[in-house]
Design a protein. Structure first.
Length: 42
């Protein structure tokens, strides 16, 4: 199957705080992806 979304080595920092470090994933055609977060603004 083809990748609809592909993320590799994602890093998210808030000043010195590393909230996400080296996140990788793939979403294939026909799959469903859900993202959850708190009420905090990004």
């Amino acid at each position: 199957m083809d990748n609809v979304i592909e993320v590799k080595n994602l890093v998210k920092k808030y000043k010195e705080l590393k909230a996400i470090d080296d996140l990788s994933f793939e979403v294939h055609e026909g799959e469903i992806l859900g993202l959850l977060r708190t009420k905090w603004k990004w």
